[in-house]
Write a new protein. Structure first.
Ligand SMILES: Nc1ncnc2c1ncn2[C@@H]1O[C@H](COP(=O)(O)OP(=O)(O)OP(=O)(O)O)[C@@H](O)[C@H]1O
Length: 974
C-alpha cells in the first residue's frame, strides 16, 4: 500500500473519459494520442525521480446536464464556482477534434504514480506509444486547468485529510459505528469470495486462498478511509457512483457510500451464487451422464464390442417405419420406442422392450401375398396331383374355395361343375380379398392327409402356408402371448407364426385343435374362439377388461356377463355355453393380457384346423368350424397311395430313383398287411422310408467300391508301378475330370437297380409284426371275443378276454378302462347272471354257481386308454363264451352298446370300424340294426369283402358270434 505522498502544486493532467481512478486502485492504460504520449513521456518516462500525474474524469457534454461539479479549461476550479461553462481556446486542442470542444472536466481528480512503464516501438512516422500501470494515490482539487501546452496541466490543492483530522474523526461515534459496519460488510464479502474461490481452489487456483488471506490482513492494517476506496475500486460500479466516491471527501459520507456499495456487491454475489449452483446442478447431471456414456463407449471399444446401440435403435426405427403399422399401433410403437431410447442397455426391461419392438417391426401388418385369380381347374388338378382318392373331400374343398367369391348363380353352376356339368366358365373366378368362409376342420386318424390337404389348399390359393401346433396347449397365453410384465414373456403361437410366415394372409393350419385343454392358466379354446370368429378376429389380442382379477367357481356367470358387455353379439351365443366348460378354468387368476397388447387383424388369414376326434372340441368352437371327416383308407387305397405318391416321394427324398431302387407292388402290399395296421398311411410311409434309407446306404457303398477300383486301375500305369517299386519319389499324376466322371457314371449305369424282396424286407423292417392268423390264435380258447372299437387312431379291432376263478362273485376289470366301459362290463355281467339258469349255471341245490366265482375281464393293449359303451356286445359275448366254454367265431367281429334288458343300441365310427375289420382280415361283422344307414360311407370294395350281420337284441349277437348259434340255446334244447 502506497504511503502518503506530498503532492506538487501543479500536475500534468491525463483526462479519463467516463472513468474514475480512485486512490488505491491500479489501472493499466495504453497511451496513443499525441497529447497523452507527450504527457507520459515528459512527466513519467523522462523523470528520473518518481513522477506523478493527475487523472481527472471527463464526460461528454451531452451527459453533463445531470452532473454537478464540472470544470472548464482556463477557468478557476476551486470549490467556489462549480457551474462555469467554457471550452478550450487552444488551437492545438481544436485540432484534436470536435470532441475536445464538447467535453466537461470534473473539478476533482486523483494523483497517480506509474508502477510500470513500457515504451512501444517507434513507428516510421516517429510516433511512439506507452503502456503504463498507474496506481491512484490521493484526491486533489483542480484549481486551474491549463490547456496551453501540448498536454493539460492543472494547479491543484490536495484533499487528503491530515493525521490530526483523522484522529479527530476517530473520536466521532458515528464514524466509529460506520467504520465497524463497513469492516463487517467487507469481511463478509471477503468470506463469500473466499468460499467461492475455495470451491475452485482444489481445481486450479490456490492463489485465491492466499489472496483472501491477504485481503483480511489488508483490512486490519490499512486505514479505514483508504480501505473504502480500495474496496469500491475493486468492483464495477457506475460512473456516477465512481464520481460520488471521488467527491466524498467527508469520511462519513465516503464510508457510508462504500458500505452501501460493498453490501450491494455482496448481495449480487449471493444471488449469482444461487443461480450458479442451480445451473451447475443441472449441468453436472447431464455432464455426468455424458461422461459416463463416453466411458462406456471407451470400455466397449476396448473390449472390441463395437455394436453401437444408437445405430441399432436407428435401424430398428427405420424397420418400424417400413413395417406399415396402422396409425394407432404406430403411435403405440413410437411411445415404446421413446421409452427405449431413454433406457440404458443394461437397465432391466431394455431387452424386453427391444424384443417387443422388434416383433412389432417384424409383423406383417400390411405385407400380403398377392391374391391371384382363382382357377378352379388348377386348384382341382393340384389337389388331385397331391392326393390319391378323397374324392368327396376334394370336392368339398373346391366348393369351399369357390364360395369365397361366387354369388348364388355362380355357386349353382359351380356345384354342377363339380358334379361334372359345366354351365358357366368358372375358371376365372376371382377371390374376394375380404371374403371369409367357414373355417374348415379336418377330422380323422393320423396320417390320412389332413395336414397335406391344408398345404394343398394354400398352394391352390397361391398363399403361404404355416402350421401352428396346438397339441398339449393348456395355457391361454400360448395362444394370446404372455403379459409383457412376465419375465421371459413371449408372443402367442399365432402371432409368432405370422411373424415367421411374414405375410398377413397365409393359410394357417391350427393343428390338433382337439388337443388343447383348459386348466388354471386359462382356456385356450376361449382365445381360439376369438380367432375363428370372423367378427372378432379383426382385432385379435385385445385386452380383456377383467385383468388380474381372481375368479372363483361361482363367479363364472359373472365372467360370462362381463364378457358379454364387451363383446359382439356373435359371442353372446357362446357366452351362454361358456360356463359349461370354462368352469374348470375359472378358479385362480384369469389374467389374459396379451404380449402383443395391441389388436392385430387376423381377418385376412385363412384358418384350417385339424383334429383326431370331434368330441374334445368345445361346442362353441366346433360351431365355428365346418367339420370334414377323413375316415382312413382301405388296404387298396393305401396301396394306390403308396405306389402313386409315397414311393416316388420317398425315393426323391433320399436322392434315389427307380434306377437305383424298386419297390414292387407285392412288397408294398406286404408292408401294408404285415407291418402296418393303421387307418392312415403314416407308418406305411415310414416303412417305405426305411427301405429307401437302407437302399441309399447300399448304393453309396457300391459307389465307393466303384470309385476305389477305378482309381487303382487308372493309377496303375506301368511307369507308376515301376516308380513305386523302386521307392522313388512319385510325381502327381492328374486324371482328367471328364474321363473320371464318365467312367464312374458308366460303372453305376452298368449296375442293376436294387429290387426289394421279402428277404430284404425282413432284413430291414424285421420280422412281420402282424400275421393273418392272429385272430384265429387269439380266440382259440373260450372266453375271448372280437370287438370293433374307435380310437383317436381310427377304427381298431379289440380283443376282450374273460377268465373265472373261485371267489365271491366279484368283477375285476383291467386294461386302462374308463367309467363308461366299466359300466358296460357290469351291465353285461348282470345280464348274464340273470340268465344263469338258461346257461346251466345253477347247481341242483338252486345255487347259482357264479355266486362262488370271480370274473376277470381284460382288454389287451393295456397301455392304451379305452372307454365308451360300444364294447357292450363284445363283453357279453366274451362272458357267454367263458361260461359256456364255447369258442367264438374267429372270422367275426362285433360292435354295439347293450342295455340291461338286452337291447343293442347303435354306436359311432362305423366306417372306421369296418375299415379296421377289413384291415385285420375279418370276414363277418355284427352291427346294431340301427347302424345300417352308416354303411353308405363305407367304400363298396370293403363292403363287398365283408358279411354284415345286423342285430337288435343281445341274443341275436350271440346267435351270430358262435359256430352253430347261441350256446345256451343249444344247451336249453338239449
Ligand atoms: N390321399 C393321399 N394321397 C397322397 N398322399 C397322402 C394321402 N393321404 C396322406 N398322404 C400322405 O401321408 C403323409 C401323412 O399325411 P399328413 O401328415 O397330412 O397326415 P395328417 O392326417 O395330418 O396326420 P396327423 O394327424 O398326424 O397330423 C403325408 O406325406 C401325406 O402326403
Amino acid at each position: 500500500m502506497a504511503e502518503a505522498v506530498e503532492l506538487p502544486s501543479r500536475l500534468g493532467i491525463l483526462p479519463f473519459r467516463n472513468k474514475v481512478l480512485l486512490p488505491g486502485a491500479i489501472i493499466r492504460i495504453r497511451c496513443t494520442s499525441p497529447n497523452s504520449v507527450k504527457l507520459v513521456k515528459r512527466e513519467l518516462w523522462q523523470r528520473e525521480e518518481k513522477g506523478l500525474i493527475g487523472i481527472v474524469p471527463v464526460r461528454d457534454a451531452a451527459d453533463s446536464a445531470s452532473v454537478g461539479p464540472v470544470l472548464y479549461p482556463g477557468a478557476g476550479g476551486d470549490s467556489g464556482d462549480r457551474n462555469l461553462t467554457s471550452h478550450s481556446s487552444s488551437s492545438k486542442h481544436k485540432a484534436e477534434g470536435k470532441s475536445q470542444e464538447a467535453i466537461h472536466w470534473h473539478n476533482r481528480g486523483v494523483a497517480a504514480r506509474a508502477l510500470h512503464l513500457s515504451r512501444g516501438v517507434e513507428k516510421p512516422s516517429g510516433r511512439v506509444t506507452y503502456t503504463v500501470v498507474l496506481e491512484g494515490l490521493s484526491r486533489f482539487n483542480v484549481l486551474e486547468l491549463d490547456a496551453r501546452g501540448t498536454y493539460y496541466t492543472a494547479r491543484i490543492s490536495p484533499l487528503d485529510i491530515t493525521k490530526s483530522e483523522m484522529e479527530q474523526a476517530e473520536q466521532d461515534p458515528d464514524f466509529v459505528a460506520l467504520a465497524r459496519q463497513f469492516k463487517l460488510t467487507a469481511m463478509e464479502l471477503i468470506s463469500v469470495l473466499e468460499q467461492c474461490s475455495n470451491e475452485l481452489a482444489n481445481f486450479y487456483d490456490k492463489q485465491k486462498q492466499k489472496t483472501g488471506g491477504r485481503t483480511k490482513i489488508l483490512l486490519e492494517n490499512v486505514p479505514i478511509h483508504k480501505l473504502a476506496d480500495i474496496f469500491v475500486a475493486s468492483f464495477e460500479i457506475s460512473f456516477e457512483e465512481q464520481l460520488f466516491m471521488l467527491d466524498s471527501v467527508d469520511l462519513k459520507v465516503r464510508l457510508s457510500k462504500a458500505t452501501e456499495l460493498v453490501d450491494r456487491h455482496l448481495q449480487s454475489i449471493r444471488v449469482a451464487e444461487k443461480i450458479t449452483q442451480k445451473v451447475e446442478g443441472q449441468l453436472s447431471k447431464s455432464q455426468r451422464e455424458f461422461l459416463l456414456r463416453q466411458q462406456m463407449r471407451a470400455i466397449k471399444e476396448e473390449l472390441g464390442d463395437n455394436d453401437d446401440d444408437e445405430d441399432d435403435i436407428a435401424a430398428l426405427e427405420r424397420k418400424m417405419q417400413s413395417a406399415g403399422m396402422p396409425a394407432n399401433i404406430w403411435k403405440h410403437a413410437q411411445r415404446e420406442l421413446r421409452r427405449l431410447k431413454k433406457m440404458q442397455p443394461q437397465q432391466p426391461g431394455y431387452h424386453g422392450s427391444r424384443v417387443y419392438l422388434e416383433l412389432l417391426a417384424d409383423l406383417p401388418w400390411q405385407k400380403a401375398t398377392e391374391v391371384q385369380k382363382l382357377d378352379l381347374r388348377d386348384a382341382k388338378e393340384r389337389l388331385d396331383s397331391d392326393h390319391y382318392g378323397l374324392v368327396k373331400i376334394k370336392q368339398r374343398i373346391i366348393e369351399y374355395l369357390a364360395v369365397r367369391k361366387v354369388d348364388h348363380y355362380q355357386f349353382l353352376s359351380l356345384l354342377m361343375y363339380v358334379g361334372g356339368i359345366c354351365l358357366y366358365d368358372l375358371s376365372a373366378l376371382q377371390l374376394k380379398p375380404d371374403a371369409r368362409g367357414p373355417v374348415l376342420c379336418f377330422v380323422g386318424p393320423p396320417g390320412v392327409g389332413k395336414t397335406s390337404l391344408a398345404a394343398s389348399i394354400a398352394a391352390a390359393l397361391g398363399r403361404k402356408f404355416i402350421r401352428i401346433s396346438l397339441g398339449g396347449v393348456r395355457d391361454e397365453a400360448d395362444i394370446r402371448g404372455h403379459r409383457r410384465t412376465y419375465i421371459g414373456s413371449m408372443p402367442g403361437r399365432l402371432i409368432d407364426g405370422l411373424k415367421r410366415v411374414g405375410v398377413c394372409n397365409p393359410v394357417m393350419l391350427l393343428d390338433e385343435i382337439d388337443k388343447t385343454s383348459s386348466d388354471v392358466r386359462g382356456d385356450p379354446a376361449a382365445a381360439l374362439l376369438e380367432v375363428l370368429d370372423p367378427e372378432q378376429n379383426k382385432s385379435f389380442i385385445d385386452q380383456y377388461p377383467f385383468r388380474g382379477h381372481s375368479f372363483q367357481e361361482h363367479e363364472c356367470t359373472v365372467v360370462a356377463s362381463f364378457r358379454s358387455r364387451h363383446r359382439t353379439g356373435s359371442l353372446l351365443f357362446c357366452l351362454e355355453v361358456l360356463p359349461s366348460y370354462t368352469l374348470v378354468a375359472s378358479p385362480g387368476p384369469l389374467d389374459v393380457l396379451s404380449y402383443l397388447n395391441v389388436p392385430y387383424d387376423l381377418s385376412k388369414v385363412i384358418f384350417v384346423a385339424t383334429a383326431n376326434k370331434v368330441q374334445p372340441i368345445p361346442p362353441p368352437l366346433l360351431d365355428r368350424m365346418e367339420v370334414i371327416e377323413l375316415p382312413g383308407y382301405t388296404s387298396e387305397e393305401k396301396l394306390n397311395i403308396a405306389m402313386q405318391h409315397l414311393v416316388p416321394r420317398v425315393l426323391d427324398q433320399h436322392g434315389l430313383s427307380s434306377d437305383f431302387l424298386q419297390i414292387p407292388e407285392s412288397m408294398v402290399k406286404l408292408v401294408i398287411y404285415r407291418y402296418t395296421r393303421e387307418a392312415g398311411v403314416r407308418n406305411l410311409e415310414r416303412n417305405l422310408a426305411a427301405l429307401a434309407r437302407a437302399a441309399a446306404v447300399k448304393v453309396a457303398e457300391r459307389d465307393n467300391a466303384a470309385a476305389i477300383s477305378k482309381d487303382i486301375h487308372q493309377l496303375s500305369s506301368p511307369v507308376l508301378e515301376s516308380r513305386l517299386a523302386e521307392g522313388a519319389e512319385v510325381e502327381m499324376e492328374v486324371i482328367p475330370i471328364a474321363v473320371n466322371n464318365q467312367d464312374i457314371s458308366s460303372v453305376l449305369r452298368l449296375a442293376s437297380p436294387l429290387i426289394v424282396d421279402e428277404t430284404m424286407l425282413e432284413n430291414i423292417l424285421g420280422p412281420p409284426r402282424y400275421d393273418d392268423n392272429e385272430t384265429e390264435e387269439r380266440v382259440a380258447n373260450p372266453g375271448v371275443s372280437v370287438g370293433l372299437v374307435w380310437t383317436a387312431y381310427g377304427g381298431e379291432v379289440q380283443f376282450v378276454e374273460a377268465a373265472t376263478m373261485a371267489g365271491k362273485s366279484g368283477l375285476r376289470l383291467t386294461g386302462q378302462l374308463g367309467a363308461v366301459i366299466k359300466e358296460s362290463a357290469q351291465i353285461a355281467l348282470t345280464w348274464v347272471r340273470a340268465r344263469a339258469t338258461e346257461l346251466n349255471l345253477v347247481a341242483t341245490g338252486e345255487e347259482n354257481l357264479m355266486d362262488s366265482r370271480d370274473i376277470h375281464i381284460h382288454f389287451p393293449a393295456g397301455a392304451v386308454p379305452k372307454d365308451g359303451p360300444s364294447a357292450g356286445v363284445t363283453l357279453v359275448t366274451a362272458l357267454v363264451s367263458l361260461l359256456s366254454q364255447k369258442r367264438v367265431r374267429a372270422d367275426t367281429a362285433m360292435t354295439g352298446e347293450m342295455t340291461l334288458r338286452g337291447l343293442v343300441l347303435p354306436v359311432g365310427g362305423i366306417k372306421d370300424k369296418i375299415l379296421a375289420a377289413h384291415r385285420y382280415g375279418i370276414k363277418r361283422v355284427i352291427l346294431p340294426q340301427r347302424n345300417a344307414k352308416d354303411l353308405v360311407d363305407v367304400p363298396s370294395a370293403v363292403l363287398s369283402s365283408l358279411e354284415i350281420v345286423f342285430a337288435q337284441r343281445v341274443e341275436d349277437v350271440l346267435e351270430q358270434a358262435f359256430e352253430g348259434g347261441c350256446p345256451w340255446r343249444q344247451r336249453a334244447k338239449l
